[in-house]
Design a protein. Structure first.
Length: 171
């Protein structure tokens, strides 16, 4: 139970207060020495299911689970070998690769600058010589000609794009 100034951990079966902590803003502080003195088991393992631990720890890799077990970093983590051949359903779905789109054998535009593909990249770790960390990449669908505009900040790509269009449509 959380209140404005404290948090309480209670035993579900008996209703007794097991642990009490002070609350500062949105952080609850609990004295770990009290946990050790009372021999509480709220931070211990009751289940040795490998896939359950994989999900509990945010779908951590099985190599990481082996490392946690080997270095004894989790209290009462079962000492079982986490095999790399098992994959949970959520991880399998998350790693699926979508097939690419079929390439077109024809040009869908009839003149240059009719359809443009624009992408904003950045910030780059290493700035350009002019100190610019962002790139606006413009590709013409008709000619496949590519322009790269370097930008100092991410907030004004539209203005740079309009200046680019004005230059190109004057010709």
């Amino acid at each position: 139970m959380f209140s404005l100034d404290q948090c309480l951990v209670t035993n579900v079966k008996t209703g007794d207060v097991v642990l009490r902590g002070n609350r500062h803003k949105n952080v609850c502080e609990v004295c770990v020495l009290l946990i050790l003195q009372n021999h509480l088991t709220c931070l211990s393992v009751l289940d040795d299911d490998i896939m359950l631990w994989h999900m509990r720890l945010g779908h951590a890799s099985l190599a990481l689970l082996n490392k946690l077990m080997y270095k004894d970093l989790i209290v009462r983590l079962p000492s079982i070998k986490f095999n790399d051949d098992k994959v949970c359903d959520a991880c399998a779905i998350g790693k699926q690769v979508r097939t690419s789109f079929k390439s077109k054998n024809y040009v869908s535009t009839s003149r240059p600058l009719e359809l443009l593909h624009v992408d904003l990249c950045g910030p780059m770790r290493v700035p350009s010589r002019g100190g610019k960390r962002y790139m606006l990449v413009i590709v013409d669908d008709y000619s496949r000609f590519t322009w790269t505009l370097f930008l100092t900040s991410k907030d004004k790509p539209f203005e740079n794009f309009l200046m680019f269009l004005k230059k190109k449509t004057k010709k």
